[in-house]
Design a protein around this ligand. Structure first.
Ligand SMILES: NC(=O)c1ccc[n+]([C@@H]2O[C@H](COP(=O)([O-])OP(=O)(O)OC[C@H]3O[C@@H](n4cnc5c(N)ncnc54)[C@H](OP(=O)(O)O)[C@@H]3O)[C@@H](O)[C@H]2O)c1
Length: 176
């Protein structure tokens, strides 16, 4: 059990194959429009935090959301509107973001560092195996499964709650 204190605003959101793969050659391993629609509806109007490689794979900031992009690089130009650079994830303070929720949206490097700080995980299990080098980190010791948020022929979305460090309880709901 990690002793890191989760933050109620931080919610991880992502999709993984049965073999935990989330990405191949810098892109998504599948094209499932209904899963993209789910991600869009869940995150619209909120802030999304992603790694620089994930932003590059999407190719543009996500519209209708505050985009927080982790990168240690110093850009030679000002980031576009609605994009804020996070130069040090460890020092990132969700309380400085003017949004009720900050969705941690990958990729693998960012999930690995941020999952222990998330109070919830909204995880899509895609019903297939996938080829790819990017995998979702182990989270089962940190979170307990809650309700199913969406059932689809090709995938299922489950809400997981972070167990509180030091006891078996979970972080209280942040509302829905
Ligand atoms: N299935 C899904 O739900 C899902 C979701 C998102 C992404 N993906 C996939 O995941 C893959 C990308 O994942 P990835 O692990 O390769 O890359 P990533 O996590 O998207 O981005 C990694 C980058 O984030 C920056 N970074 C990492 N730690 C940092 C820190 N502590 N402070 C500041 N910046 C930091 C660095 O950028 P700099 O190099 O610029 O310093 C690093 O190279 C792609 O295939 C993508 O399609 C899948």
């Amino acid at each position: 059990m990690s002793n890191v204190q989760p933050h109620p605003k931080l919610i991880a959101i992502g999709a993984m194959a049965e073999n935990r793969v989330i990405g191949v050659d810098g892109r998504m391993p599948w094209h499932i429009p209904d899963e993209f629609r789910w991600f869009r509806s869940a995150t619209l109007g909120h802030a999304v935090l992603m790694g620089r490689k994930t932003l590059e794979s999407i190719g543009r900031p996500l519209p209708g959301r505050k985009n927080l992009v982790a990168s240690r690089r110093i850009l030679p130009f000002a980031p576009p509107q609605d994009v804020e650079l996070i130069s040090d994830l460890a020092a990132f303070d969700p309380d400085t973001v003017a949004s009720a929720r900050v969705f941690v949206a990958g990729g693998a490097e960012v999930y690995r560092q941020m999952l222990p700080r998330c109070s919830e995980l909204w995880l899509t299990r895609v019903h297939r195996h996938a080829e790819g080098e990017a995998v979702f980190p182990e989270f089962e010791d940190l979170f307990r499964a809650g309700e199913c948020l969406l059932e689809h022929a090709d995938f299922r979305v489950t809400r997981w709650f972070r167990s509180m460090p030091g006891n078996s309880g979970s972080v209280s709901n942040y509302g829905n």
